[in-house]
Structures are given as structure tokens and as C-alpha cells.
Design a protein around this ligand. Structure first.
Ligand SMILES: Cc1cc2nc3c(=O)[nH]c(=O)nc-3n(C[C@H](O)[C@H](O)[C@H](O)COP(=O)(O)O)c2cc1C
Ligand SMILES: CC(C)CC(=O)C(=O)O
Length: 364
């Protein structure tokens, strides 16, 4: 295949090189995969309203998140098990993110250890946390992240149990022994019905009883700011604010958890309106183009995170593939800003996009 020119080309290359079991794991969603398709399709139903005759000879995409400077509002989402995609795993991803001056969120279920990633290069990194039934293990991981210079905890709140990913069940997906948990926990757990090992591992480990009141426990074990990942409603956005978290990530876990939850881009504005600028609202799910990033920013996201395309870049070309994926999105965003009359991020406003329901409102 010719050199990739967009994220979709990277997807095709990754599909060609990854073993089926891993490709299915990375690409799949929950059950009917309705939300998986919607995450991408919903972007296509949003139009951009470009403004003309603005000086766009210089475009500034730089921003700050929790006080850390980024070259563009495009971050790396936490995704598990990068060594299935490339032997250098999360170390390669971390180096690419650092080279692009952006923040990587390291998954709790990384294949490289927290220490390996931290010592691989300088860069601002956040640590994604799952709360295990064995709270001591989660607490230890938070301490390790803190000790190794991670700057925030991203608590994933949409996974009290693992969503039903049917391809993984059919493939009898194998979960590896994760080095982070060596000596603490065996991830080599066998499913009793010979289905997905990953599902068995998740149900064995995840603490489904974790609830709002338990955030106090997390706050008691770390001084790091906490972001909640997986907020989709105004009700929960308000609860998140009241609980004093430092930020929210609007996310449906790449449609891998609750099928028929809304496409994230359709949930974003509801959350932004509830938060009213009091804490940063970040966004992920279905972003494949710079125009998608622009649309999310216009609807109030302060920055976006990219999941699968990063893994596809890694599978296709290792560290340089991840770098290319981030650069492509940055280049596309820069061009979109120029063609829409927005020289800086602050110039991107709600009036730069039109959604289906905007058209309905015009008619009323
Ligand atoms: C293969 C894969 C593994 C993931 N692992 C995690 C994880 O360990 N922790 C987490 O909070 N989210 C995880 N996610 C969800 C991502 O952080 C993110 O929400 C999602 O991928 C964004 O959608 P996108 O893939 O369409 O960009 C994972 C997603 C994928 C595709
Ligand atoms: C091991 C899983 C819990 C990782 C995950 O979040 C995912 O596969 O979506």
C-alpha cells in the first residue's frame, strides 16, 4: 500500500498486519456495535459554518490542560495492551506523544510498566485508573504513577463491568500477564465458559461497587488532580462538579461498554452546558479527521483524546506511525481552522457548527 495520507489508511494497514484476535479486540465495540458506528457517523451529520476574509496566515493551535502546555488540543487516550500492536508497546507511544508535545494518558492495563514508560522519555503524562476489588493494588498503582512523575489521575467510570464484546468471545481472546501486576495478581485467569479471557479477567478484578462516595477514598490516597472519564449526561456532570474533580472526559469508552449509549459528539454539548466553564471538559470517541476535532472544540471541548487511530499507527509503523497519526490530525485541524476563519482556538465558537437539531430550531 502507498504511504498513508489519512487515518483511514493507517487503519487499513493495521488491519493487514495485526493478527485477527488483536485486530478484533482493538477495533471492536459492544454487542450490536450500533454506538461504535454512531461515534463516527454522528460527526458526518455536523456541518461547519466557515467565516471568510479573516487573516489566517498564522494559526495557533497551542493550549494548556491543567496548566500543561500542548502544541495542539489533541491528546493520546488510554488504551490497553500496546505490545499486541508493536513490541515496543507503550514506550513507543509515549515517545511519539512527547515528540508531538502532547499528553499521553497511560492505561492501567498497559503492557509496558509505569516505570518503563516514565523512564523512556520526558513528557507530560496522566495515569488512567481502574479501581480493583483489591483496592491495595489500585492504591499501589496510583503511588507508582505519582512517584514516576505522572501529573493527573484519569479515573475511568464507565466500566463497573466489562462491556460485551462478541468478537473477543468468539476469538476466546487471551489476556496477557501484565507486568505492572507481577507478584500482585495473576491476569492469566481462565474463563469458565471458554469465552473471552479478558472478560473473565475484568469480572475477577473490577470493583463494581465503586460509587460517588468512594471518590473520597481516591482523594485520600493522592494529591494529583482527578479527571473523570466516561461522563455522558448533565446529571453526572453536575455530580462530578459537586464532587470537586479537576475535569471531565466525555467518553463512551470508544463504544466498547454500553451499546446504544449516545455517540459522544451528541452528548458533548449537554455536558458543556451543565459545567459552564467551571472545570475543563475533554472529549473522545470517533475522531478520525481534523474537521472532527474542530467540531468537538466548537461544541465546547477543551481538548480531545484519540484512541484506536493511535494503536493503528503503532501497529503500522511503531513510534513513527503514532507520530504520523498525531501530526496528520494536527495538520488537518490547522487547515480546518484556516478554512473556517479561526486563527486561534479561542476563535472556534458554537456558531462555527450546525447540528441537525439547530436546523429544527431554525424552523420553530
Ligand atoms: C483497544 C482499546 C483499549 C482501551 N483500553 C482502555 C483502558 O484501558 N482504559 C480506558 O479508560 N479506556 C480504554 N479504552 C477507551 C479509550 O480510552 C477511548 O475512550 C476510546 O478509544 C476513544 O474512542 P476512539 O477509539 O474512537 O478514538 C480503550 C479503547 C480501545 C479501542
Ligand atoms: C482490559 C480492559 C478492561 C481494557 C479496556 O478498557 C478495554 O479493552 O476497553
Amino acid at each position: 500500500m502507498a504511504d498513508p495520507v489519512n487515518l483511514s489508511d493507517f487503519h487499513e494497514i493495521a488491519k493487514g498486519v495485526l493478527p485477527k484476535m488483536y485486530y478484533d479486540y482493538y477495533s471492536g465495540g459492544a454487542e450490536d456495535q450500533h454506538t461504535l458506528k454512531e461515534n463516527v457517523e454522528a460527526f458526518r451529520r455536523i456541518n461547519i459554518r466557515p467565516r471568510i476574509l479573516v487573516d489566517v496566515s498564522k494559526i495557533d493551535m497551542s493550549t494548556t490542560i491543567l496548566g500543561y502546555r500542548l502544541s495542539a488540543p489533541i491528546m493520546v487516550a488510554p488504551t490497553a495492551m500496546h505490545q499486541f500492536a508493536h513490541p515496543e508497546g507503550e514506550v513507543a507511544t509515549a515517545r511519539a506523544a512527547a515528540a508531538c508535545n502532547t499528553i499521553m494518558v497511560l492505561s492501567f492495563n498497559s503492557t509496558c510498566t509505569v516505570e518503563e514508560v516514565a523512564s523512556s522519555c520526558d513528557g507530560v503524562r496522566f495515569f488512567q485508573l481502574y479501581v480493583f476489588k483489591r483496592r491495595d493494588i489500585s492504591a499501589l498503582m496510583v503511588q507508582r504513577a505519582e512517584r514516576n512523575g505522572f501529573k493527573a489521575i484519569v479515573l475511568t467510570v464507565d466500566t463497573p463491568k466489562l462491556g460485551r464484546r462478541e468478537a473477543d468471545i468468539k476469538n476466546k481472546m487471551i489476556a496477557p500477564q501484565l507486568k505492572n501486576f507481577e507478584g500482585l495478581l495473576s491476569t492469566d485467569i481462565h474463563s469458565t465458559d471458554k469465552g473471552s479471557n479478558l472478560a473473565a479477567y475484568a469480572s475477577e478484578t473490577l470493583d463494581a461497587s465503586f460509587s460517588w462516595k468512594d471518590l473520597e477514598w481516591l482523594r485520600s490516597i493522592t494529591k494529583l488532580p482527578i479527571l473523570l472519564k466516561g461522563v455522558l449526561t448533565r446529571e453526572d456532570a453536575i455530580k462530578a462538579l459537586e464532587s470537586g474533580v479537576a475535569g471531565i472526559i466525555v467518553s463512551n469508552h470508544g463504544a466498547r461498554q454500553l451499546d446504544y449509549s449516545p455517540a459522544t459528539i451528541n452528548a458533548l454539548e449537554e455536558v458543556v452546558l451543565a459545567v459552564r466553564g467551571r472545570i475543563p471538559v475533554l472529549f473522545d470517541g470517533g475522531l478520525r479527521r481534523g474537521t472532527d476535532v474542530f467540531k468537538a472544540l466548537a461544541l465546547g471541548a477543551q481538548a480531545v483524546l484519540i484512541g484506536r487511530p493511535i494503536i493503528y499507527g503503532l501497529a503500522a509503523k511503531g513510534e513513527s506511525g503514532v507520530r504520523r497519526v498525531i501530526e496528520m490530525l494536527k495538520d488537518e485541524l490547522e487547515l480546518t481552522m484556516a478554512l473556517s476563519g479561526c486563527p486561534a482556538l479561542k476563535d472556534i465558537t458554537r456558531s462555527h457548527v450546525r447540528l441537525g437539531y439547530d436546523r429544527l430550531q431554525c424552523k420553530i
